[in-house]
Design a protein around this ligand. Structure first.
Ligand SMILES: [Zn+2]
Ligand SMILES: [Zn+2]
Length: 255
């Protein structure tokens, strides 16, 4: 990492989280003192992600078309691969392995998830601030919803946190009430690609009272990880069935 990049990273380190109030920041300082941070990937003392592990992150340089999986600028769907209700592209920051995998996994069970999330925020800001964007300013950001019961248990939806960060970078509008989760999904691990598609149907729906917000608008669906793309593609399908314009997907990680 060059000196310039390092400086930029340090600058972002001082940037407060948009969801963090001043009180929370003071709380965070006290916690730093009482509960020292250890790197989630290598265990080194100091930060939830140490500099060495940060340097190991595999950022995505070649994006892929979500349908044919061949390279495509910005992860945009090739014109030849694009059908009426298809997603217009899926754009991910990093590969789901190494330190990124450790961060996402730790976030889910850590007693102080918002402190761990600060590291993810640095990564997102670092990656997405300088990247060329392929969607307009007015495209509405929608976090992929979590089942309310699961959210109640975990206290937060990581897609929502990522969506908030992207909103603060891009200044696009954000709407988290359009898509709703209708039932709990089975764990997708171990399912074939076809089973995943069948599994995701019926998991989501457009909020009946928010349909008018969909028509004619473009959307950016935000999730933490994309594997088969079944969830993002299905949500894009639902939005387009309700007369949405273009729909893209953006994720922190991809497999
Ligand atoms: Zn480390
Ligand atoms: Zn393609």
């Amino acid at each position: 990492m060059g000196e310039k990049q390092l400086k930029r990273r340090q600058k972002y380190k001082r940037t407060p989280m948009p969801t963090t109030t001043g009180e929370k920041r003071i709380y965070s300082k006290i916690l730093d003192f009482l509960l020292p941070k250890f790197c989630v990937h290598c265990g080194k003392y100091g930060h939830y992600l140490c500099q060495e592990c940060y340097n190991q992150i595999n950022f995505v340089k070649t994006h892929l078309c979500p349908y044919c999986r061949r390279s495509s600028v910005g992860g945009l769907t090739h014109p030849g691969c694009l059908t009426k209700y298809a997603i217009n592209g899926i754009y991910s920051a990093a590969f789901y392995k190494g330190p990124i995998r450790s961060l996402i996994k730790t976030l889910k069970y850590h007693p102080f998830p918002f402190r761990v999330y600060e590291e993810i925020e640095i990564i997102l800001k670092r990656y997405f601030t300088d990247q060329e964007r392929f969607f307009p300013k007015e495209a509405v950001i929608i976090p992929i919803p979590m089942h309310p019961e699961k959210k109640k248990k975990r206290k937060f939806n990581q897609s929502q946190l990522i969506a908030n960060t992207l909103q603060s970078i891009w200044k696009n509008p954000l709407q988290d009430e359009i898509l709703i989760r209708t039932r709990r999904g089975r764990v997708q691990a171990g399912l074939s690609r076809r089973q995943r598609y069948q599994n995701v149907r019926g998991l989501f729906q457009i909020h009946p009272q928010k349909r008018k917000l969909v028509e004619g608008n473009s959307f950016i669906l935000v999730d933490d990880i994309v594997t088969s793309g079944a969830t993002l593609k299905w949500c894009a399908f639902l939005l387009k069935k309700n007369r949405a314009g273009k729909v893209w997907g953006v994720t922190l990680a991809r497999d």
